[in-house]
Design a protein around this ligand. Structure first.
Ligand code: UDX
Length: 482
């Protein structure tokens, strides 16, 4: 099928590239000319595993192309996916101006009938407005527009796998033709796990696990729109719930890891999204929760529990800074090493990342910061030029008075923690993601603080450098206490 994708951000790029990968003829467009030029040259401007390889191979196969002229792109597709941003306004509502612009563009430029599909996350009833705009601004009366909602459930870092091996595909439609056309678009993906159609998925690139057949859920447009907001808001509720349990664990001397492991074994609860720590960030969960609260308010429903989940999340950075302050006493002039800047592992995205709030607060208090992240250092240095960035993760430990873990990159677990211990001025770790094992760290001689983990006293096996007055370069091996 000939498909047009409008918007080349995370969602648009993954959608366009993956639809080309499963055999469609895809044209992507964006109003950022520089981005289009970069993409035409085969360079992916974001970090998303597998995306660069798939984009290159589909450009070469001529199934995928990028168009600077949006009108051309609109004219070429039978189906048009709208993947533009819906950022939060000051009051938390979703800003739908980009959707409105695209709708007017389609209405004026289309010379043939189109299926217009909302992929961007939008509040319920946006589809109804979209239909109105398309019909009001339609230039050619012979052109027919049908509207559908097909929300994305793509996690950054695994977006390609999520697209090609989804657990569900939601189709919000109001007529049989739209449903038929969308089923056809997704047929290769729906049939692939049952082996009927071969799709070149990133399995060959060392990627995704075998998935079960995705569930196709056909609903009304309003329901499809609501499903997306309700899903992300539920995930946010789950994380904030786990964070409150972690706070309680600290008070009563329980261990959050033990508690959520046992809770998650109940299939009604499930094990995922119960990791306590610095809370949720990124460009989806925080803005979707806000937009859902505002939608509920405008509809006369007080979604108090969701407001509380948002408030709990906002307090996580305060709590974290308080842990750092309690351990360090005075933050001013302390050298603080930071591991992890991205809002979660496997992405370079720092939008609404808790790390930003942590860095801002530490700088305001006069700390010197040295930070490392596999992918997100360039983006962070643009915001905080006064932060020093290290090429290797363990370099942030050099002469540091504290080491803070802000992103759950699994690689951080594998660091040579004895070397890190040796390099630090004071062996203090505040783990905002509960990534490390408190007992192991304590055994190594660190003072370790996580969220909701029982406090362990450092074992007197290794002598912290401050006690022996060593400099980081002078002492290579941890010493045994006498
Ligand atoms: C989310 C949804 O998961 C996805 O389905 C949707 O379509 C887009 O929004 P994403 O923003 O990529 O995906 O991130 P996600 O994996 O959901 O994580 C969100 C945040 O929650 C991250 O900051 C993560 O660190 C945090 N998190 C996640 C926790 O704090 N604890 C957990 O247990 C899980």
């Amino acid at each position: 099928m000939r498909i047009t994708v409008i918007g080349c951000g995370y969602v648009g790029l993954v959608t366009g590239t993956c639809l080309a990968e499963v055999g469609h003829q895809v044209v992507c467009t964006d109003n950022d000319a520089e981005r289009i030029a970069t993409l035409k040259a085969g360079v992916v401007p974001i970090y998303e595993p597998h995306l660069d390889a798939l984009l290159t191979s589909n450009l070469q196969a001529k199934r995928l192309s990028f168009a600077g002229d949006a009108a051309d792109a609109v004219q070429s597709g039978e189906a048009i996916f709208i993947c533009v941003g819906t950022p939060p306004k000051e009051n938390g509502e979703a800003d739908l101006s980009a959707i409105d612009n695209v709708a007017r563009l389609i209405a004026t430029e289309a010379h043939s009938s189109k299926l217009v599909i909302e992929k961007s996350t939008v509040p319920a009833q946006t589809g109804q407005q979209l239909k109105r705009v398309l019909s009001v601004y339609r230039r050619d009366p012979s052109v027919e527009f049908r509207v559908a909602s097909n929300p994305e459930f793509l996690r950054e870092g695994t977006a390609v796998e999520d697209f090609l091996h989804p657990d569900r595909i939601v189709l919000g439609v109001e007529d049989k033709d739209s449903e038929k056309q969308l089923r056809e678009i997704y047929r290769p993906i729906l049939e692939a796990p049952r082996g009927k159609t071969k799709i070149h998925c990133p399995v060959h690139l060392g990627g995704c696990p075998p998935a079960k057949s995705p569930e196709l859920v056909v609903t009304t447009i309003n329901s499809a729109e609501l499903i997306k907001h309700a899903s992300n808001s539920f995930l946010a509720l789950k994380i904030s719930y786990a964070n409150m349990i972690a706070d309680l664990c600290e008070k009563v001397g329980a261990d959050i890891k033990e508690v959520v492991r046992a809770m998650g074994l109940d299939p009604r609860i499930g094990p995922q999204f119960l990791n306590a720590g610095l809370g949720f960030g990124g460009f989806c969960l925080p803005k979707d929760v806000q937009a859902f609260v505002r939608l509920a308010e405008r509809s006369g429903v007080n979604f108090g529990m969701l407001k509380e989940a948002e408030a709990v999340n906002k307090r996580r950075v305060d709590l974290f800074i308080e842990k750092v302050r309690q351990a360090l006493w005075v933050i001013k002039d302390k050298r603080v090493g930071i591991l992890g800047l991205a809002f979660k592992a496997n992405t370079d995205d720092i939008r609404f990342a808790p790390s930003l709030g942590v860095i801002e607060r530490l700088l305001a208090e006069g700390a010197q910061i040295c930070a490392y992240d596999q992918e997100a250092m360039d983006k962070t240095s643009a915001i905080f030029p006064q932060v020093e960035f290290c090429r290797e993760p363990d370099h942030v430990a050099r002469d540091a008075d504290a080491l803070l873990i802000l992103t759950e990159w699994p690689e951080f677990r594998q660091l040579d923690w004895k070397r890190v211990y040796d390099a630090m001025s004071r062996p203090l770790i505040v783990d905002g993601r509960n990534l490390l094992d408190p007992a192991t760290m304590t055994e190594l001689g660190f003072e370790y603080h996580g969220f909701g983990r029982p406090l362990e006293k450092p074992q007197p096996q290794l002598v912290p450098s401050v006690m022996v007055g060593r400099s980081s370069s002078a002492v290579q091996q941890p010493r045994l206490a006498t």
